[in-house]
Ligand binder design. Structure first.
Ligand code: F6R
Length: 621
């Protein structure tokens, strides 16, 4: 979705803003722009008004950068934006900032009552230059400024008239020493510097300048000056203490890898070590209380767990559902948040909702969680981004600590979610007495060995690249089938999603037992079929499914444990994974699938880190 960066301080702001926007490129966008307030030295003393420069360009950020290099704009106060089109095509006129009178506005989100507001404004004789809902906000602020003396109060008055989800940042030549930043259900953080302050859609945009962040609440309107931040909420001044973020700026760099996605695939062992750190206590065969966001009392009283998520996080949630039932023996179900929120699901105070989201901002998951909360359920957020919206409405948070994930296709956040959900299952099982100390110890010991098992799989990267070239790229595969059973079913779904989103090859993930109920009709000599068959209780069954594929001349790419001969014998390609505890196989089987997709996309030359049409943080429905 859109990216916002604002700066106020003593430094020239364009490069700070453009570099910040570059760190937000992963959010997806189709145009970019910047507004800079330019106060010439001594101008205010002479009673001269500041200038407001607006520069916009369609396409990648490089286009805006080129224009700014050719014609630099001076100024130390400004705001920039990368736009992911919702209202109106990606044209220069629709690109942000939108300038009305003395005011320039950037916006992420959707103003729901834009139709009626536009009609009212047109009736008042207002002229629109774009098709965007954002321009409406700029008009409303401009109108309010005719009677209000400060940009802060004018923005508050304007925003009181709009409904919807938004993060808005405003600058004005009338008040050249302030930036206004407002948040309502769309992400916006403030970076606190020394003699300078920042606003941005996400933390990585500002890590080069500060590690101290204020996470705005919905309904907050902040006035940023170089030396001071004032925050208003419902007309009252409020204090929002800053939090120190322990992500380093280099974590948000490629560090020699060709793409962020590849770097993040290779970071998975470390990410999981960070997820486990301080939580797994081998001495007591338990998970540290206070580290998972669920009290012992709630763990005991919960009658049912409902896991809510979208996309990749939904796949982690399916594995989580299986673990919560098999390890903790608590009835559990998993739901797509986008469906759950619109059906009359039965939810009550005996339910524990586990919202799984790397960004913590996904609009559907957030809305589903709020609805379940209203109906009395307790909410646990399993989230990577500290201070994001979902943990703020939840009763407890279980942060995955995977570090910043920049590639749009989620990899390390997925495996960190798996680790968190497995720990949650162990925690629930131990509190409820349904998991023995002996089994718990064995699970946790094996879980601690998972990072090194993943490192072993990563050594197979060269094999994955060759297989991707031979079976997916050289053959120009248009369709692929991914099969798995049990815990390998969500991994098959995830493998198919990864391939689709970054290489644009159509792929389906299927529970292997379902193959004969339909998809088997697709199989012929052109069809690569990825069979995920680790050493678990489903192995023989999926080996039979592989035979059925082979009998129809399907080309099998087998993900099998070392020492497997049965499936390897009939497969065109074999990628080995280490033999791990049957409950932990997803951690090792997903890695070759991530690598296959990555190499297929890279060999095809697609935009791996920013696949077309996709956004990292999906803050609209
Ligand atoms: C795919 C991917 C998406 C997200 C989905 C939910 O690689 O990353 O499918 O998983 O948009 O996002 P979060 O996890 O932020 O709620």
């Amino acid at each position: 979705m859109c990216g916002i960066v604002g700066y106020i301080g003593p430094r020239s702001c364009t490069s700070i803003i453009v570099e910040g926007l570059r760190k937000l490129e992963y959010r997806g966008y189709d145009s970019a722009g910047i507004a800079v307030v330019d106060v010439s030295p001594g101008a205010q003393a002479k009673g001269e008004q500041a200038k407001l420069h607006v520069v916009r360009a369609v396409g990648k950020l490089g286009k805006l950068d080129d224009v700014l290099r050719e014609k630099p704009v001076p100024g130390t106060v400004g705001v920039g934006h990368t736009r992911w089109a919702t209202h109106g095509r990606p044209t220069e006129a629709n690109a942000h900032p939108h300038l009305v009178g003395d005011v320039a506005v950037v916006h992420n989100g959707i103003l729901e009552n834009h139709v009626e507001l536009r009609r009212e404004l047109l009736a008042k004789g207002r002229k629109f230059l774009s098709e965007t809902d954002t321009e409406i906000a700029a008009h409303l602020i401009d109108i309010a400024l005719q009677t209000e003396s400060s940009l802060l109060v004018a923005t508050q008055r304007a925003l009181a008239q709009v409904r919807g989800a938004f993060a808005i940042v405003v600058v004005s030549r009338r008040e050249p020493d302030v930036i206004i930043a407002a948040r309502n259900f769309s992400p916006l953080v403030l970076g606190v510097g020394e003699g300078e302050n920042f606003a941005a859609s996400d933390v990585p945009a500002l890590l080069a300048h500060t590690r101290d962040f204020i996470f705005l609440e919905d309904g907050d309107v902040a006035e940023l000056r170089a030396e001071k931040i004032t925050i208003m909420h419902a007309g009252q001044k409020v204090e929002r203490p800053s939090k120190r973020v322990d992500w380093s700026p280099t974590q948000a760099e490629k560090q020699g890898y060709k793409h962020f996605m590849l770097k993040e695939i290779f970071e998975q062992p470390t990410a999981i070590e960070n997820t486990l750190r301080g939580r797994v206590i081998l001495e007591t065969a338990d998970i540290e209380e206070g580290e998972v966001g669920v009290t012992a009392a709630l763990a005991k009283s919960t009658r049912r767990v409902i896991l809510l998520a979208c996309g990749t996080s939904h796949h982690a949630a399916i594995a989580g559902r299986n673990w919560i039932e098999s390890i903790a023996k608590v009835p559990a179900q998993v739901e797509l948040a986008s469906e759950f929120r619109y059906r009359d699901a039965i939810v009550d105070e005996h339910d524990l909702i586990v919202a799984v989201s790397q960004s913590g901002e996904t609009a559907d998951t957030l809305a589903a969680v709020k609805d379940a909360k209203r109906r009395g359920a307790k909410i646990l957020a399993v989230v990577n981004v500290v201070g994001s919206a979902i943990p703020r409405v939840a009763d407890g948070a279980f942060y995955t600590h995977a570090g910043p994930e920049i590639g749009v296709a989620s990899t390390k956040c997925f495996t960190a979610q798996l680790a968190a959900l497995l720990m949650l299952a162990v925690y629930l099982g131990r509190r409820r007495g349904t998991l023995t100390e002996e089994r718990s110890l064995s699970l946790l010991q094996h879980l601690c060995e998972i990072p090194s098992a993943m490192r072993e799989v990563l050594e197979e990267a060269g094999t994955c690249q060759k297989v991707a070239r031979r079976q997916l790229v050289a053959t120009d595969a248009r369709d692929c089938l991914f099969l798995g059973r049990g815990l390998s079913f969500p991994i098959a779904l995830e493998g198919a999603l990864k391939l689709k989103e970054i290489s644009y090859v159509h792929a389906e993930g299927y529970a292997a037992g379902e193959m004969k109920h339909g998809p088997i009709a697709l199989i012929d000599a052109q069809m690569p079929v990825i069979v995920v068959a680790p050493n678990d209780s489903h192995y023989e069954k999926i080996a039979s499914n592989a035979q059925e594929v082979r009998a129809r001349e399907g080309r099998i790419i087998a993900i099998v444990p070392k020492g497997d001969h049965t499936i390897a014998q009939i497969a065109q390609e074999v990628i080995h994974v280490p033999d791990v505890d049957p409950e932990l196989t997803p951690f090792v089987t997903v890695v070759p699938l991530q690598l296959l997709s990555y190499y297929a996309a890279d060999l095809k030359g697609t935009d791996v880190d920013q696949p077309r049409n996709l956004a990292k943080t999906v803050t609209v429905e």
